[in-house]
Design a protein. Structure first.
Length: 258
């Protein structure tokens, strides 16, 4: 499936959420531009010394194929590979959404604007992680997570109800995934970047919830925000992978992630 979509801009009297998402996306877009402008890995705090990486993680804990199955690995590189897998899923989902035959007829003008924005954001996230990992892994040819295949079962991409419900589940899970993985990251540069991306994902989740139930409190519902602490829900990689595996057709393991 092509990862390039041409969508005519649609006009809507509701601009606030659209502008909010655009501004949110600029944060990660600028991060991606910063990445491509760096001349070497050290400018991003990316380790470029194989010996130091081996000492920190152990050679057997790098991402890569083990016993015929790709494993996400451990440490910071394992967490980044885990995030890359999730961003592949979200980018693939929104690519299918905006390219569906009924996209311009079955979704409102506001729906289309928001979903196209989310499509662009998730593709940026996916490509950012691919580039970062390619620069950080000592042997990216064998250690970079390959392109994943996805299966959405009976999901009808021409159904507004089906698409928004699935988008809600993916965005809520994505926010919980970044929140849960943050404690596993030791490199402050990686942690800063993950914090920027999760802030955008949280805006995605709020926007989708508002499309489903406008003018309600669902944008920060009790099911995703702890009413005691006021913090978003967090999940460990094993919990998130169990949820995401319903869509991911490619087999992989996460033996060294909690």
């Amino acid at each position: 499936m092509k990862n390039v979509v041409q969508i005519k801009e649609v006009n809507s009297p509701i601009k606030n959420r659209r502008e909010f998402l655009k501004i949110s996306g600029l944060t990660v877009l600028s991060t991606g531009l910063f990445l491509t402008g760096c001349s070497n890995d050290n400018e991003l705090g990316l380790a470029n010394n194989t010996n130091s990486l081996t000492s920190k993680y152990g050679q057997g804990h790098f991402p890569g194929t083990k016993d015929g199955v790709f494993d996400l690995g451990a440490g910071d590189l394992g967490v980044l590979t885990y995030a890359y897998a999730l961003e592949q899923l979200e980018a693939d989902f929104y690519t299918r959404v905006v390219n569906a035959s009924g996209f311009t007829s079955n979704f409102t003008a506001e729906d289309q604007q928001v979903l196209v924005d989310l499509y662009h954001h998730e593709v940026i996230h996916r490509e950012f992680f691919k580039t970062a990992l390619t620069g950080a892994l000592p042997n990216p040819k064998h250690q970079l997570l390959p392109h994943l295949e996805f299966n959405y079962g009976s999901l009808n991409f021409n159904s507004r109800t089906d698409v928004l419900a699935t988008a809600k589940a993916l965005e809520d899970t994505g926010v919980a995934a970044y929140n849960g993985a943050g404690r596993l990251i030791t490199n402050p540069d990686y942690l800063l970047l993950a914090g920027k991306i999760v802030s955008v994902e949280a805006r995605h989740a709020s926007a989708i919830r508002s499309l489903i139930n406008p003018n309600s409190k669902d944008f920060a519902g009790d099911d995703v925000v702890d009413t005691t602490t006021g913090l978003d829900v967090k999940k460990n990689p094993s919990e998130v992978i169990a949820i995401a595996s319903g869509f991911i057709a490619t087999t992989f393991t996460a033996l060294y992630l909690p």
